[in-house]
Design a protein around this ligand. Structure first.
Ligand code: SAM
Length: 344
């Protein structure tokens, strides 16, 4: 049984999960990606321009208290899992304390972090105690030289690999997200997968999206990638149980605890099962990565809107969540953006 809201969004009955929030197409929203900052210490070639982008002023960025306030309203609507993202979330002072506070918020089932790993290690013990469940490392190379070319950073790749090992040793789940890029890291995808599999990590290959700098580059076709993984590791076996927050199609590999996943937003569009919203660092609730759709929550929250007002705004915005992405900006007039401003 479902109690309908006047404008079409619905909170389903407890049998459907208490306070399950559904959009106008009946998709249940249960997961939010929270961007803490647009700033990043890397300049990945597919993400941000080398010279950077004009950063958003501090006054425009939500304070941690403001983010927690909005998250409290989200949990009351059935959004229970949160991914901390950026920019690079660990570029923002106080991120670890924020993660601890978020994990303790009533109704929060899981908090995870996505990071480039450069600044992670000194914070790991505190993060492990904070209630963080897992860390996703965005890492596109197996060798230092390629790492420096893609991430345009002076960070030493071994620092990141070491942080992965420490993360796992502290009992947190480790995932690696890798964007295959033709002509850049094609030769390193198998070694990187082996590195992950041997350590029990999950590696997920993320199809390049035509966003920001990604528009000028080419990815590796999923079929090609899948075939190269099977050539190396034998038949991949589809894993049906849920292993993350959403769209990865995950495979087990005989002889290894780690798994290989594919996230192919373009060639195998998965918008039908989309379960997520995004909150940018400026307080914009974005209901689709591709489209401009969403609502500014910062202005009303700062102008004294009540929790009920904010809840109603979130509900209305979720109802209007677009059916799916259309990554053809010039054709449909959507504005292009750099992924650091949204958080992936
Ligand atoms: N700095 C954090 C990290 O490294 O995980 C979080 C922010 S980063 C923007 C989030 C994810 O977006 C990364 O895994 C990155 O690889 C991915 N990303 C950025 N631009 C992309 C693009 N054009 N296509 C596919 N993935 C992209």
């Amino acid at each position: 049984m479902t109690s309908s809201w006047p404008d079409g969004a619905s909170l389903a009955s407890p049998s459907d999960g208490a306070n399950a929030l559904r959009d106008g197409f009946g998709r249940r929203m249960e997961y939010a990606r929270l961007s803490l900052t647009d700033r990043c210490n890397f300049r990945c070639i597919y993400c941000m321009p080398h010279e950077g982008v004009p950063f958003i002023s501090h006054a425009q960025i939500l304070s941690y208290e403001e983010i927690l306030h909005i998250c409290g309203i989200m949990t009351s609507l059935g959004i229970t899992r949160f991914k901390i993202t950026g920019g690079e979330p660990l570029c923002r002072k106080g991120a670890v304390g924020f993660i601890r506070d978020l994990a303790r918020l009533p109704g929060v089932a899981e908090v995870t972090l996505t990071t480039n790993g450069a600044f992670l290690e000194p914070h790991l013990e505190d993060l492990a105690k904070s209630g963080l469940r897992g860390v996703t490392f965005s890492c596109d190379a197996f060798v230092q030289e390629t790492f420096a070319v893609i991430a345009r950073t002076s960070t030493v790749l071994d620092t990141v690999k070491h942080a992965m090992e420490r993360t796992a040793a502290l009992g947190l789940r480790v995932k690696i997200n890798t964007v295959p890029l033709k002509g850049y890291n094609d030769e390193q995808l198998v070694p990187l997968a082996r590195f992950a599999l041997e350590r029990g990590y999950h590696i997920r290959f993320i199809e390049l999206m035509p966003v920001g700098n990604g528009r000028a580059l080419s990815g590796v076709p999923q079929k090609e990638l899948f075939a190269s993984m099977e050539r190396e590791f034998g038949a991949l076996k589809r894993v049906r149980e849920r292993t993350g927050n959403g769209p990865a199609v995950v495979y087990s590999v005989a002889g290894y605890a780690g798994r290989i996943g594919f996230i192919a937003a373009i060639s195998e569009k998965f918008c039908d099962s989309c379960n997520r919203v995004r909150l940018t660092s400026t307080g914009f609730l974005k209901t689709c990565l591709c489209h401009d759709a969403g609502v500014d929550l910062r202005t009303p929250a700062r102008n004294g809107a009540s929790d009920e007002d904010l809840r109603a705004m979130i509900l209305k915005t979720v109802v209007d969540k677009p059916a799916g992405h259309a990554f053809f900006f010039t054709a449909n007039g959507e504005k292009d953006f750099f992924m650091n401003s949204v958080g992936g």
